[in-house]
Design a protein. Structure first.
Length: 177
């Protein structure tokens, strides 16, 4: 339902985010009818519609959690990081083993803006992939792939007369690609 409406969360994910028991209490206090099966679910000790264990998503169905089907062609970085772990990370990026000899460099700075942390991780990723992998993918599952360079960081470095460090970082990055 969330895809058809462009929602970030579906209705049951929203209930989980609010807290199912808290949502039931609020609905009842406002005179709303809560479906009997939802009350029964909570009475049996199931406090959420979805749960995640070992990087696998399950959903509540008829008194138990059932593993959700995953598209083998789709990559869910959140689950993948829990299953395989992260090779290395810093404040701006993570290097993840995708399997099959491929690594993925994921940006996770604010708006995925490129700053020193990402440049440092790109240089590390290139070295690591040349030694131990067949290929590198750069991507993420954020709203934007990247908004570009972190202009606030560039301004601060320029004000501190460190602009040559930035020029060297970008030149080194470009040369390595």
């Amino acid at each position: 339902m969330k895809w058809g409406f462009g929602w970030e969360m579906g209705p049951f994910e929203a209930w989980d985010a609010l807290g199912v028991e808290k949502a039931i209490s609020k609905m009842e206090s406002e005179g709303k009818t809560v479906p009997a099966w939802v009350k029964e679910m909570v009475e049996k000790g199931f406090t959420s519609f979805y749960k995640e264990e070992d990087g696998r998503l399950s959903y509540y169905h008829n008194g138990e959690y059932v593993a959700a089907e995953e598209n083998p062609k789709a990559i869910n970085l959140k689950h993948l990081k829990k299953q395989k772990g992260v090779i290395k990370k810093n404040g701006g990026a993570s290097l993840i083993d995708l399997g099959d000899g491929i690594a993925l460099l994921e940006f996770h700075s604010h708006s995925n803006s490129i700053g020193p942390d990402i440049l440092q991780m790109i240089n590390f990723a290139i070295d690591e992939v040349e030694k131990n992998y067949k290929g590198l993918v750069i991507g993420n599952q954020g709203k934007n792939f990247s908004v570009g360079a972190n202009l606030a960081m560039i301004l601060m470095e320029a004000q501190d007369d460190n602009i040559w460090i930035l020029i060297w970082s970008f030149a080194n990055f470009s040369r390595r690609l």
